[in-house]
Design a protein around this ligand. Structure first.
Ligand code: ADP
Length: 490
């Protein structure tokens, strides 16, 4: 009897638009997989539901098979057929939904940026819940992420719980309040949420544009637990600037809103085993790091002979969007070259004028011995840059958590960052985190060139810091369990 009172592992379903390494645009993908693996290691049953994009990296999905049933889901007054595929990603079971809707929603050769993103993702939310209902799954937690899956909480409580899919409490994590999924109210009707019910200030009406509906707001209002990705950002978004209009809603729902600092997956991001590095290395043996630096310079055609071999290498791996401080990144490139360092930028931009701007800078440095800009998404090159660089630049204007600084530190690349959001939460020991980029970069390059022994000690120290999911995962488990306990009491 006593034993039966102990809660066995929970059944947790993550519904998300990204999952590393198969469908990754940014940190959301890393977090979903990292948290999922950490929960699984602690004995919970963790499953994922994702759209089946045509542009995914199918080579990283094991045993992908179409399931032997047709899933019909409602959209715009009709029932559409979906194929559901099952596969395993990084040891985690994933269901991929392929809508057979004439809009060919996930056959776009890109993840986001289509005119009908609102429609595509609300379709996916509804189909994901229909899948749970039809397969009789009885999860304890349904955990959704960002605006793309923020229609799940209202759909769950208002349409699916009354049909019997009511075992779960709903968690919602907002990884970035800049992206909210706002649209004219009528757009919501397609997924079965009637706009006249939701277009209200206390439900899903946009706080800035009253003639719009806001999916992210719905995620906040209708979930049992709402989190964001660092304690500092959780405070920042309670104010008008970072909250982008949702600070009021977060204030109203403050008792269920938490900041849980992201971790990184120590097995994926591990310089002593990383198969994407030419030379593995560890804090006790940094020889491989220098070898990687020479290899990267050779790969990119940068100078590495004579005194140039000793130059510090500054790295930057980022989405090139205004949030990331693109003007400061550009400035850091020129400044590094001026100060006698080398710079490698790997980045791509969904914003055409930013992409064009960086293409201009790339052309300027085309044959330069010390600077390279590679303007695309490239997983393997990203690992090579973390492994080769000495300094890592992250001049973000705001940063909900930021993973690149954690990865950089794990690979012994010292971050030079602005003090904001998640960048403020763990790195106070690094006095290179400054509000002035110039000053911080000058100092970092100066220390590297003049105090090599001190620098090596710093590198060893940052490589040994613990950024694993261990502790954050426990925080999520506590939040899940507290939400389940509240449900039992009710
Ligand atoms: P965000 O989610 O805002 O993009 P994060 O710092 O949280 O920023 O996470 C970024 C993730 O995406 C990291 O894993 C980083 O290595 C990866 N990444 C960003 N840009 C690229 C790129 N051009 N090529 C490969 N990986 C990238």
């Amino acid at each position: 009897l006593l034993k039966s009172k102990q809660r066995p592992g929970m059944h947790i379903i993550h519904i998300a638009a990204e999952m590393a390494p198969v469908a990754k645009v940014g940190g959301l993908a890393d977090v979903v997989t990292g948290l999922g693996r950490a929960l699984q290691k602690k004995g919970h049953l963790v499953e994922f539901i994702l759209p089946k994009y045509d542009c995914m990296d199918y080579s990283r999905i094991k045993g992908l098979k179409v399931m032997d049933f047709d899933l019909f889901s409602y959209f715009n007054g009709e029932a559409f057929k979906n194929k559901v595929w099952r596969g395993v990603v990084e040891g985690l079971p994933v269901y991929f939904i392929e809508p057979l809707h004439p809009g060919r929603f996930f056959w776009r050769r890109s993840y986001y940026g289509c005119h009908d993103d609102f429609e595509r993702f609300t379709y996916f939310c509804r189909a994901a819940l229909e899948f749970l209902l039809k397969t009789n799954k009885r999860p304890d937690i349904v955990h959704c992420h960002d605006w793309q899956t923020a229609a799940v909480p209202p759909l769950y409580w208002d349409i699916y719980a009354p049909q019997g899919l009511n075992s779960a409490q709903v968690a919602f994590t907002c990884h970035n309040f800049e992206y909210q999924g706002a649209a004219p109210p009528a757009s919501l009707n397609a997924c079965g949420l009637h706009s006249h019910r939701y277009h209200r200030p206390d439900r899903m009406q946009d706080n800035f544009a009253p003639d719009r509906i806001n999916l992210l707001k719905g995620g906040i209002v209708y979930s049992n637990i709402v989190t964001t990705v660092s304690p500092t950002y959780a405070q920042e978004v309670r104010g008008p600037e970072e909250g982008r209009g949702l600070h009021v809603t977060l204030g109203q729902h403050a008792s269920k809103f938490y900041g849980v600092l992201n971790g990184i997956d120590n097995e994926v991001w591990c310089p002593s085993t990383d198969p994407l590095l030419e030379y593995q290395y560890s804090p006790d043996d940094l020889g491989g790091k220098f070898a990687n630096k020479m290899a990267l310079r050779a790969r990119l055609g940068m100078s590495c002979t004579g005194a140039d071999a000793e130059k510090p290498l500054v790295g930057c791996v980022t989405r090139l969007v205004p949030q990331k401080g693109v003007h400061l990144i550009q400035h850091a490139i020129y400044r590094t070259a001026e100060l006698g360092g080398q710079f490698v930028l790997l980045g791509s931009s969904p914003v055409p004028h930013i992409q064009a701007q960086f293409e201009g800078v790339a052309r300027e440095f085309e044959n330069h011995p010390h600077v390279r800009l590679i303007l695309k998404y490239d997983e393997s090159l990203a690992h090579a840059i973390y492994g080769a660089s000495d300094i890592f630049v992250i001049p973000s204007i705001f940063e909900p958590c930021g993973l690149t600084q954690l990865i950089a530190m794990r690979y012994g690349s010292v971050p030079v960052a602005r003090k904001t959001g998640g960048l403020n939460d763990r790195y106070r020991i690094l006095n290179l985190v400054q509000s002035g980029l110039n000053f911080a970069l000058d100092r970092a390059l100066g220390y590297f060139m003049e105090s090599r022994e001190w620098w090596t000690e710093l590198v060893t120290k940052v490589m040994q810091m613990d950024f694993s999911w261990d502790k954050p995962c426990e925080e999520y488990i506590d939040l899940y369990q507290a939400a389940l306990a509240r449900r039992t009491v009710r």
